[in-house]
Design a protein around this ligand. Structure first.
Ligand SMILES: Cc1cc2nc3c(=O)[nH]c(=O)nc-3n(C[C@H](O)[C@H](O)[C@H](O)COP(=O)(O)O)c2cc1C
Length: 244
């Protein structure tokens, strides 16, 4: 069966960023990867109320399309996030969307899903924006891979397969071959300590998932040195943090 990818556009226009997505879709479909493109502006996404109920009670009081979108994202083998760069960062729409996924930070559901980030800009903000988007992916428990960027002056430059090869590689390969970075292992440790010592509401979830006695979400190819550093970090943090 073909792998399925969800590509998310977060510009109100179907212009530069959307063009990059349609180019990538065409190329991925040529290698039998199905791509569905959605536009965040086609959905109702209300701004986060800041009540923290999603974190504290695992429930959001806002009535809009977010639950549907968050369920939809879990139906795919890989995700492409995209944004026009605004003030050297993601568009407001994408930020609002990210804020509303906050419950995933404590109860990750996208563990092991490869994410590729795509940005378009007049000139500035590429590095900063891609870095931020990678960070969100890691906080979701997902796996950031390639980052594709174009400036308005290079928007017509065709996307090259090498620009998405890491994404495709991770889409195709068994999860056991994933190599989590130290950053991913450290973040896993932080959220594990939170789940086991502070956020009682998450303890059962982490136990059910079998993560409570793991050093990553699944059995992966963890570099021995990174494993030792992350494990020491975990033990130190576990000792320091007092039970709630
Ligand atoms: C509100 C706003 C803020 C922007 N901020 C930046 C910026 O900080 N740096 C930059 O180089 N381009 C900036 N741009 C230009 C867009 O990033 C660029 O035109 C982008 O390709 C638009 O993508 P779209 O056609 O998908 O909407 C901004 C555009 C808008 C409308």
């Amino acid at each position: 069966m073909n792998k399925k990818v969800l590509a998310i556009n977060s510009s109100k226009r179907k212009k530069n960023t959307y063009k990059l997505l349609t180019d990538i879709k065409k190329q991925l479909e040529d290698i039998n990867i199905d791509v569905d493109i959605i536009n965040l502006y086609d959905y109702t996404i209300k701004e986060c109320l800041g009540c923290e109920s999603c974190i504290l009670k695992n429930q959001c009081f806002l009535d809009d399309d977010m639950d549907m979108l968050m369920s939809k994202m879990q139906e795919y083998d890989g995700i492409i996030l995209s944004t026009p760069i605004y003030l050297n960062n993601v568009s407001g729409r994408l930020k609002t969307f990210f804020d509303r996924t906050c419950r995933w930070v404590h109860r990750p559901v996208l563990a092991g899903i490869p994410i590729m980030n795509v940005v378009s800009t007049a000139a500035s903000g590429i590095k900063n924006t891609l870095k931020y988007m990678d960070n969100v992916a890691i906080q979701w428990g997902a796996f950031p891979t390639d980052g594709i960027s174009r400036k308005v002056t290079t928007i017509k430059k065709e996307i090259q397969p090498k620009e998405y090869q890491n994404f495709v590689k991770h889409l195709m390969m068994p999860k056991e071959l994933y190599k989590p970075t130290l950053n991913q292992l450290i973040l896993f440790s932080v959220y594990k300590v939170l789940a086991l010592k502070i956020m009682k509401i998450d303890t059962d979830y982490w136990d059910e998932k079998g993560w409570s006695d793991k050093n990553y979400f699944f059995d992966a190819k963890i570099n021995i040195f990174k494993k030792i550093i992350a494990s020491r970090f975990y033990k130190m943090l576990y000792k320091k943090v007092n039970k709630a």
